[in-house]
Structure formats: C-alpha cells, structure tokens
Design a protein. Sequence first.
Length: 536
Amino acid sequence: MLTFRCAAQCNTPETKIMVLGDSWAFFSWTNNSYNENLDRFGFTDIRANSSIDISINGARAENYFSDPDRKQKIADFLAANPEIEYCHISLGGNDVLGEWNKNMTTPQLDSLLGVIVYNLRRDIDTVLSLKPDLKFIISGYDYPNFVETAALSSLHPYYGQWTDMGQPDALEINTALARLTQSYTDSAAVWSNVYFVNNNGLMQWTYGQTTPLIIPPYATYPAHYVPLPGGDLNYPSPRTAMALSGTDSFHLGDDSFECFIKRHFEEFYWVSLRDFDASIGAADTSLNGNITSTSTNSASIKTGKVDIDEVQGIITFNTSLLNQALDIESASIFLNRQNLSGGNLASQDLTIEIKSGYFGANLQLENDDYISSGDASAIACTYGTVEKNDYWIRIDLPGSMLPFINKTGYTQFKLKYSGAGTNNYFEFKNSGDSINQPFLDVNYDFSTSENEIIPQADILIYPNPAEEQINFSLPGSKYKRIISAELINCTGKTVFKGDYVSSKGSISAAGLPSGIYYLVITEGNKRESSKIIISN
C-alpha cells in the first residue's frame, strides 16, 4: 500500500466571488453571508468579497455608474483579486421602489421593467468590459413588508416611500416584484454566462406566518408550506425575517440574509463551484457506514472514536459509471454532517484509504474491513468548517490515489481520525436521496483522449441552466456545412445526437435528469464543447 501525506487544508484561500450592487449586496456582504455559505458547502479555500465603493446603499440599475469613479473602483478591485470568476450582482429593487406606483397601467409597468432590465444589461456589459470572462449571478429579491411596518406610522422611515407607491397592499407590491422577477428570469435565459435565482417567497417558506397577520387576510401558515419559489402573493415576508427586529420594510435580518444567499448556493454555486465532469452518489446505503474491530453499522458514516475505540467510516461508489476512455485529472468526496460528538475534528488530520474493488473479503460491510489494507493511504486535504449539522466537508483526493479509482467496478474509501479523543467523532449522512448522499466528483483529463474535445467559448447556449429545451447557436455562422450536435451526460454517455444544416438548433431536455452535461459540436474532425446545467 502506498502512503503519503498532505496538510489538512492545502489550498490558500482565493477570492473568486465579487459582490456588487445596492443595499442587498451591501448587507449580505457585511453580514458575511457568502463566506458563511462557502464554509457550509465545503469551500473554505474560496472567498467572496466586496467594498463600500461597489456595494452601495440606494444604488439603482439606472445610476450605478453615474459616479465616473465607480468603474475605476471595480477595475481596482478586480486587479487586486485577479482570481475572481463570479460577479454576484443586486440591482433593480431601488428602481422599482423609486418609480413604481400601484396605479400604473400594465403597459406602464412593462415599460418600467424594460428600462430596469436594459440598465442592468448595460451595467453588466460595463463590468464585462473590465473582465470579459466573468460569470454573473443576479440575486433578485424577496417580498418586502411595508404593510406591517411603514403602514402603521407616518414616522416610519419607509412611510414616505410607501405613500409614493400609492400605499399598496401586499398583493399589489408582491405582484409588481413578481413581474420584475419574471423579467430577470427571461433575460438571464438568453444572456450568455448570466444566471438568475428566483427567491420570491423564500422568507415565507423558511419562517412561515406563525402569528396572525395584522391586516387581511389575517391568517397564519406554517413554515415550508407555501410553494418555493413563488410563495403566497397575498402575504408580505414575515416580520421575523426582516431587519431591525422586524421593523425594516425592505431589508432582511442577518440570519435571513444567510438563508437568502444559501439558496443561491443550492441553486447555482453548489454545482458551479464543484465544476465536475462526472459526479457519482454513494446511493447504496447498505455499502456505506462505519466499522470497529468488533462491529459494523450502516446507519451513518461515523469516524473518530466511540469511547476509546477507533471507528472507521466506509464509503462505496460504483465507479464503473465513469468514462473508461479518459484519465482522471482530479477527484473530491463530499460528505454532509449528521452529528458531532465532542470537539470539531475539521482541523485534525483525516486519513483516507482507497481500495480498487473493496476492503476485506467482499463488497458488504464486515469486520475484516477494519484491518484490511487499501491500495493507497494519505492524510487528506480537507475543506469546510463542518461546524454545524448539514454542513459539508470536501476531501480532495491526492493525485497518487487517482489511478486506483476502479472504472470497471466499485471503489471503496476508508476514513479515520486517528487523533480523536474519547467519544469524539463525526457522523456523516448515509442517505439514499440525491441531495444529502455522499458524492464523488471527478474531472477528466481531456488532453489524454484520442478524440480531444476542446472547450470553446463561442458556442452560445440558452437558457443555461435549461429545463425543457436547450437552444444553441454559433455566432458569426462559422459553420457552413452539416454539423453534428451531441449531448453527453456526466458519465460520458451520449443522451442525444442529431445533425443540423445551420449554425443553430434546439434539443429537448424534457425528461433528462438534472446535472452537468456537455454539448459537443462536430464539423469534420473538429470538435468544440460547452458545459450546460439541466435543472428539472
């Protein structure tokens, strides 16, 4: 068995997310909502940051760059953080609050929303002129609560703004915000490298209306009751979610902003930051669990010490699903914390062993797995604070382990915190569901393929993520002959192939499982590919 050593967290943290925009950008940044979620999802080596020069209270899409120095401030920020890949942008809410009135006709509202979207696109293009390869995430907003705050007193700071809007009730202002949300959804669907996360109703879904609303409809509803996204247009966001002890009409509190940004991770960053070519879940829960010298248990994946006895975690992946023609360039395991006994082990050395096939005499958990040796062993590079239940730990596999991933069968891993004290152990979830089960993410080395696929930026795919239909085009109509379009899933399997006589076309995504896919365009012996997310 090969043995080698790494430090617990091997990568120096890099700032990859730039936050800019209005007060929602400012408060979510100053509340540290992004980095708290990066910690939650196992990315302590990635940071988000902003400054008071680019996240500004009161900023609008129409006037964000009215200050001629702002573009230079962003240029300076990007120069100081050259590793930035994502721009998390929040603009448009103040435009609505400042211009919308409940007495607007439908054409007037459409005109206002069109101007907001136009200005947002202009702002994005200005930032792109500084760094053309940025990915943009439009964060949107959630429903406000003017009707239980500003409406109760003319002394409230938002009373004048609420009056300027015609003193709308919850249904009226929520309907206008829902229209803005739809405009963002439609625009992001056709803008390249721009993504939008619909958060409408998130606070309703998270907190519920546990005390009767003081205005019509006067009712209550429990948490996780309303549809998400969307919520119930008849209700404001609950006061529990709002800042200033529930008296702020528009902004969320600290915990609520963390929840708000968490949804962006669940809907976008969780997949995008992992950036895998193939992802395999440890779905057979009977093959995962923990072992001691005398017992086995598949209720959870436990590692550390129970009393004074070492307990080892076992995880099994069916790696025959991987593409056998491609070498593996990198791989990571993600585990979701179920429980912790004693002190947090995240900063301690985690030993990982790999076995091509299985430890012991057979694939099932058994006592002789405890003393059975793997093909290689290492002190792993791990990421994530794992400070609470439902937080993820990421384990990056050393390159020397990658040849032992078995592409024709199963691969097992053994986890050990040998330095844990008495009754000090992690329990990770051994879940059959696709959200919480352990994952093995793999990236291929495409340069070793005989039929090399060269990623290109000139394939325009929209919408991305896609649900029902994938549209693609090649700007400039560079292809004059018949082209072949092939959709390949993360295991390397072709799920669609068709020929086209023009430089654009569409593919049905209905019925395809959610995940990462590659759209490969072939003309003669030239192949170009672009990654797409399908979310069904």
